[in-house]
Design a protein around this ligand. Structure first.
Ligand SMILES: [Zn+2]
Length: 202
C-alpha cells in the first residue's frame, strides 16, 4: 500500500480513521443498525427488506458520476433520492425515472455518504449473478465511487474504501469483493479499467 502522505492524513482525519506510518487502515465502523456513524446520512426511498436466510456475503464496487464524468455536484444524491431534474441535463431526462440506490457513495475528496442501512436491501446491482446466485442485491452491499470508466480514481477514495471494507468485514461475513461488471457481464462495465484492484488491500 502507498505510504500515506499528508493529503491522505487530512482525509483520514476528516472521516475519523487513523493511519499508521505503515499504512495500516483502521476500520470505519458499522453500527448494529447497519449505519456508519461517521458517514453523512441521506436516506434513499429506494430500498426494501432483505430476504430471510441469506447472509450478507458480497460487496459490489461501482462507479458513477452525474452528469457523466462531471464531479462534485449533487446529481448522484438526487438520483438516489428520486429528485433528479429531467430538465437539468439531457442525460437526466433518460434516467430520472430510475429507482436505484447504493449503500455507500465515496466522493472524489474521500467524503462518505450512506443512503441505505447495510441491513436493508439497496437497489444497485440489477439483473446479476455471482457464483450461481442470482439477484445479488439480496446478499450484497453496494459501494459507488464517484468516477467513470475513463478516469483514474483518487488516492483518498482508496483510503476510505479500504477502511470501509475493514469495517464491513468486521460486521458481516463478507467472502467476496467484486465489481459490478463481474456480476452483470455484458451489461455493466463499472468500476472500469481505471479502477486499480491492486489498491484494494483488504
Ligand atoms: Zn454499477
Amino acid at each position: 500500500m502507498v505510504k500515506p502522505d499528508s493529503k491522505l492524513r487530512l482525509v483520514a482525519n476528516f472521516i475519523g480513521v487513523s493511519i499508521s506510518d505503515g499504512g495500516f487502515m483502521q476500520a470505519i465502523k458499522v453500527n448494529a443498525n447497519g449505519w456508519v456513524d461517521i458517514a453523512r446520512h441521506i436516506p434513499s426511498p429506494n430500498q426494501d427488506t432483505r430476504p430471510d436466510g441469506q447472509p450478507i456475503s458480497l460487496i459490489v464496487i461501482h462507479n458513477i458520476s452525474l452528469p457523466p464524468q462531471q464531479y462534485g455536484g449533487n446529481g448522484v444524491i438526487q438520483l438516489f433520492t428520486n429528485q433528479l431534474d429531467p430538465e437539468a441535463h439531457p442525460y437526466y431526462a433518460e434516467i430520472y425515472q430510475l429507482r436505484v440506490s447504493s449503500h455507500f457513495f465515496i466522493r472524489r475528496d474521500g467524503s462518505l455518504i450512506q443512503f441505505v442501512s447495510c441491513n436493508q436491501r439497496a437497489w444497485h446491482a440489477g439483473v446479476s449473478v455471482w457464483q450461481g446466485r442470482e439477484r445479488c442485491n439480496d446478499f450484497s452491499i453496494g459501494i459507488e465511487l464517484e468516477g467513470s470508466d475513463f478516469d483514474t480514481f483518487e488516492a483518498s477514495q482508496y483510503v476510505v474504501l479500504n477502511s470501509l471494507l475493514v469495517g464491513l468485514k468486521q460486521a458481516y461475513p463478507i467472502s467476496d469483493v467484486v465489481g459490478h461488471s463481474d456480476i452483470a457481464p455484458g451489461r455493466k462495465t463499472d468500476p472500469g479499467n481505471f479502477f486499480d484492484w491492486s489498491q484494494v488491500t483488504i
